[in-house]
Every structure is written in C-alpha cells, then in structure tokens.
Design a protein around this ligand. Sequence first.
Ligand SMILES: NC(=O)CC[C@H](N)C(=O)O
Length: 376
Amino acid sequence: MTDATRAVLVLEDGQTFEGRAYGATGETLGEIVFNTGMTGYQETLTDPSYHKQIVVMTAPHIGNTGVNDEDDESRRYWVAGYVVRDPARRPSNWRAQRSLDEDLIAQGVVGISGIDTRQLTRILRTAGVMRAGIFSGDALASDDALLARVRESAQMKGAHLADEVSVTEPYEVPAIGDEVAHVVAVDLGIKSMTPQQMAQRGIRVTVVPSRMPAAEILGMSPDGVFFSNGPGDPGAADATVATLREVLDAKVPFFGICFGNQILGRALGYGTYKLAFGHRGINQPVMDRTTGKVEVTAHNHGFAVDAPLDGESDSPAGYGRVKVSHVCLNDDVVEGLECVDIPAFSVQYHPEAAAGPHDASYLFDRFLDLMKGQHA
Ligand SMILES: NC(=O)CC[C@H](N)C(=O)O
C-alpha cells in the first residue's frame, strides 16, 4: 500500500490496526465504539449522539445503498471517525443519490477501511470502549507519536457536549392534520424522526436550544415538554438537570429519550454511570415491565441510570415514587423510568426508530395520553 492510501487506527491501549484511508484523510480523535446495526448507516452517521465518537460498524459491508436526502437524522454527519471492513465500490439502490464515500469526503469524516472489525469489536467488548485515533495522509507519523496524540485527547467521561450539537434558534415542526397538543422539545442532539413521530400524532413541536431557561420553556404554556437524546456524559449536564427540575415542579407532562432519560434519572436524584461498552445497534431486546412484552429496539448509549430495579422506590430528590419501567434483557440495564406521582416518564432507547424497528412507537401515544390526562 502506498502512503497515499494508507491509514492507521491507534487504540489508547497501544494496539494499532493498518488499513486504507476511507472518506476524508487526516487525523481524527474520539472515543471508539461499535454499532451492530446491519442497516441504517446513514441514520447512524447523522445521529448527533455520536458527536466525538469514532464508530466501528460490525456489519462487514457498508455503503451498499448509498445515501439519499431523506434519511438524514440531522443537518450533518456527526461521527468523529468511521471504521469499516469492506466499503461498497458502487452503491446500488433506487433511492441512492450519492455514494457514501463522496459524502464522507464532503463532510470531512476521516475513516479507515480494510479493518478486521470483528477482532476490533471483541477487543472493545472485553476491554471496554476507549480513546482512539485514525490517521492518514499528512497526519501519519511514528507509532509512538500517534499514540501520544490519542493519549492526550479528551475523555468521554465528564464531557459536556449537548450545547455543541444543539440548534441555536428555535424552530417549529407543525402537526400533521388537526393540532391536538403543543410540545416544547429541548434539543440536546435531537434526531429528526422524533418531532416527526409527534407531528404524525397531531402534536405541534417547538424545538428549542439546549440552554433555553425553564422560565422561557414554561412561558410558552406547552401541553408537554420533551428532552431529546444527545452526546456526552449526563453526569456533566448539571444545568440541564436544573432546567428539568423546574419543569417537573410545574407538573407539566414530561417525556425523555436516551440522554433525556438520563437527565430525568438525575433530576429525580439517581446517579448515572458509564457502561463498559454500551449499547449501539437496532436489535436490542427490552422488556416493558408494565405489560411484560418484549420489544426489539434501537439503542445508542454509553451511560445508564443507576436506579433500583424492582418495585417502586422513592425519588431521592423528593419527586415521589418511581418505577423502572423498562429493562434491557441482555444485561439488566435500566431502559426506562416512570414517575408514579408526577406526569413524567422516559426511555433510554429509541422509539423514534431511525434506524431500527418500530416496536416502541407506542411510547409517543403514551406521551399524548399523559398530556390528555392532564386536561381531563
Ligand atoms: N443517544 C443518546 O442520547 C446517548 C446518551 C449519552 N450520551 C450516552 O452515551 O449514554
């Protein structure tokens, strides 16, 4: 391989992988994580929760269906880097408008291909996720120099990132058909399918910046408030937790997804912790403990809420009784919270399902019911 096509992936623990430059060339640093989705790479690349993460795709062949203008989950690609085994040489799909390579280059995403992603995933599953770097072109240097670059890069633990991905100005997503409710959705890294799912149920959604004060949110007199998914460590999001407490105090119905679930957990007084390698994929089994039904669900989280699994516990922050409503059947991680005494609930996974199965879309109906119940 010539230096023009050579790329190196360096893990924080000193292991290196040789591959080919894929997408943009240069240097990128981030937390390396694996995603097990067999489909949905476009949704993954545009999910703001992947900000500052290098994503390894365990599906060996990536790019087959190209990219189109409809499947983006946000306004740009967010992944810090992209690791694949075997990129498609040409896309083949009636919806394809461009090749993935073209988009990765246009969006400046530094990637590497030709990597044994199975071996790499087994390393991350055993050792846990860690910092890493992809280097190609002018960024290539001695192994020691590259490892030093990785080891001086930022950790995900303690990272406050939601403000970096959030919009700076509010925007509206109109209800489809008759408007039955109005929700203020706080954009901590929101995916576009989320307001879309609400709009389909007649909800008008005002998406607002992550830093909007509670008084301004409540000043819009919404029927409900929503906190989105997003990147970073929920343990570093004190201001967002404080905002949510004011919303809960006002007894406005609340729904949160992923980061929003972690923020609700913290607002209720529980801790959050970092998982060894997290959940990222589109076929994770979750049990709804109210109905006993198992859903196959989309996930992207590296942190989780630490709340008592069984029965009802008293919110340490004084918000009454709380139930862990959903649990992951792979590892018993908390996947949902439901308040008994205030109108608030949340899930750690992705009912908006982009990419992923639609098993959990009933949660948007539950949010609507909660809002209607408040009016009854
Ligand atoms: N998708 C998300 O909202 C992720 C939440 C958080 N950044 C985590 O990794 O757990």
